[in-house]
Design a protein around this ligand. Sequence first.
Ligand SMILES: [Zn+2]
Length: 522
Amino acid sequence: METSLLIPPELEVLATSVTEAKVIFQLQFIVTTAYCPLCDSLSTRIHSRYERKLQDLPISGKVVELRLCTRKFFCQKDNCPRKIFAQQQPSCLKRYGRRLLRVCEQMICIGCEMGAKPGARICRLVGIPISASTVLRSIRGGAVTEATTPTVLGVDDFAFRKRESYGAILVDLEKRKPIDLLPDREGKTLEAWLLAHPGVSIVSRDRSSVYALAITRACPEAVQVADRWHLLKNLGENTTKFLDRQRSLIRETAQEVFEQPKSEAAAEVPEKTTSVRVEKRYALFEKVKQLQSNGHSARAIGRHLGVSRNTVRRCFKQEAFVPKINPRKSNLLDYESYLRQRWQEGQQCAKALLQEIKERGYNGSYTILAGFLSNYPKTGEALSLPSAQKVENYSTRSLSIAFCKTEQEWDDKQKPFLTKLLEKSSLLKQLWELNLEFKSIMAQKKGDNLKAWCEKAAQHASFKSFVQGIRQDFDAVYQAMTSCWSNGQTEGQVNRLKNIKRQMYGRASFELLRRRVLANSA
Ligand SMILES: [Zn+2]
């Protein structure tokens, strides 16, 4: 067998054997002389031989074992203190190594990709029998390629343990690669890194003042870009905070808008809305079916009709239209007057009532009905029952989202309520207008309008601290409004890092996490 391509060049094959599980190569060095490691003189006198077992990459799934016959020599120089020495290692092996370098390289790759335990399992599966600890040790021993200093840097922090300890990730935004991890999120650490890697000209960061200060100190001429997503988040939080103080007004308006028409036309409204909803769904179903017969994909149809792919797939599965109303929303309140009437007539058995309203179209469960009936008095005074009213509830958080949208983006249900609300309060109207203006400055990259916006917003009661925050960090926010760089890429890398971190179950250290994040980033 031609083996010169399999075996390291300085070795020759004496014999090969194949067993059920192993391929064994008996090897020896081609040269029969060696140089003394101490005095460097050539020796030809062999003292003895011994065998070393080495591990190579598998062949056809079989473990490959190299049995290397190594010679020991006498040093032939008289005054050399070293009397006996062994032949040096072949170049394919680390000193005292038991595995060829190519095995170690593969092991590190697999280990970085999978983690120690799964990596070891996969290695064993393909014919490299090793333990998880060996994988871990090789990853730790492997070299980390030092990244070049990026021109555009993204910085963000991530949690080792939430609210306890944090680290920071540095990303080359041009190459879209993580370049380093820092063991904490202190300004000093970042500052030291930036001083050791001069040449960064743009830094994208979140809105933390710690990083801002560190970057200013380490590279004062670098342009800082605040993160747009965080700006919008702060804007939303600011809106929620103000809306919280307007709760009574919101509740009042919601009652006015939603509860009046209900009492005027009590029973008909729900029926009507149901049928309208069913009609709408039927029209959609027809359209989907037509497009499907034309051979369009679910994805394309969804995009075309503006519905989710799952909705389209559901229509695909149905042969004919199924007029089912959303089972998760019970329509119990539609039967309230009927239930009250039956209760007064003496029918107080929940199971029987369930049967009766089910026949009339109730779509909820027994549990919902029983819970509802438990409020009815057991004695015959049912006449004094208050009429049930569905209260339209608006959380200030969901409202704050609507307050960052234009009128066209509000859905039909919100529209009358929001219009009324803005009519009632000029403060809320101003808040809404300022929000929209801020968003449009960001969307259209008109950073020059930011200063004027700040002046205007500072007059409004709710924007004081928000504007103050922007003014403190004005240059970076200005850049966020004009620059094409953002921290989105960094956030993605943080997500990837979290994924790797969770694979390790917290067993290994920061150093290992760093190696794994940097190793697999290509
Ligand atoms: Zn010697």
